[in-house]
Ligand binder design. Structure first.
Ligand code: BTN
Length: 251
């Protein structure tokens, strides 16, 4: 079904396609526990029956219309306290693809990819720690490509944005290349560049916006994101920091 034509060193060179599975993140984790898979292995499916999202949400997409895959990385060079650098690299690789396609998008902290405030890609990164370093990362990507109708009005797809359908395999190969490029940038220590590019593409960065925390609405300005992934917001002369479960955006 999917063929790797990407000119990569390791990303996607071991490619496992399954027509259907519950979740590619779960499947790749099970497979690598049974017998170690090489770094860069990708599990891709046409249909997830129990796709998983952030905050314990489900990830629901039509069979055969979109890209749903998981990439196994071994960023043992990355300290657990700096793990958000991987999120930055992965988010930027999705933006690289979208720019190549001729569209534009923003990153909604931590790693939702939005076009006109509608989500076109979700990323679920699951890290396994070994002491203070990361032993393995499973990077799950759900990129909406040809789906036209969504259960939630806040979701969209590349085909709705660009008003045309896409062949999945070329888009898959392209994103695989982008993922490797950004991962190699991270591995070579170029974290300041990644940090800067992430902020330049972050929705609401240095803009006054409304948020909800502890069931209260407040106004503030995003000042940055820490290397461990907390969102920093300046509000009424205070610097506040939030993790994923503590804050929601009002779009
Ligand atoms: C989000 O909530 O935004 C993250 C969604 C991540 C979905 C992808 S699809 C491939 C991989 N397998 C999963 O079960 N989830 C991720």
């Amino acid at each position: 079904m999917y063929k790797i034509l990407a000119k990569t060193l390791f990303t996607g060179q071991n490619l496992i396609f399954v027509p259907e599975c519950q979740s590619t993140n779960t499947l790749i984790a099970e497979k690598t526990t049974k017998s170690a898979l090489p770094e860069g292995t990708i599990v891709i499916t046409a249909h997830q029956t129990a796709g998983r999202g952030q905050r314990g949400n489900a990830w629901l997409t039509d069979a055969g219309a979109n890209l749903t895959f998981s990439l196994l990385l071994k960023p043992t060079f990355l300290q657990a306290k700096n793990q958000f650098n991987l999120t930055r690299a992965v988010s930027l690789s999705v933006l690289d693809l979208i720019i190549e396609i001729g569209a534009s998008a923003k990153i909604k902290w931590p790693n939702d990819i939005l076009f006109n405030n509608k989500k076109i890609c979700g990323i679920l990164i699951e890290n396994t720690l070994h002491g203070e370093t990361i032993q393995q990362s499973i990077v799950g990507i759900g990129l909406n490509i040809n789906q036209k109708k969504f259960e939630y009005p806040s979701a969209s797809s590349l085909s709705l944005i660009c008003e045309k359908d896409f062949e999945l395999n070329p888009v898959f190969n392209s994103i695989v290349e982008k993922l490797e490029k950004r991962y190699l940038q991270l591995r070579s220590g170029k974290t300041e560049e990644l940090k800067e590019e992430y902020l330049q593409n972050l929705l609401g960065y240095k803009q006054r916006r409304k948020f909800i925390a502890e069931e209260k609405e407040f106004e503030g300005m995003i000042e940055g994101v820490t290397d461990s992934g907390e969102l920093i917001i300046a509000s009424q002369n205070n610097m506040l920091s939030f993790n994923l479960k503590e804050i929601a955006f009002i779009l």
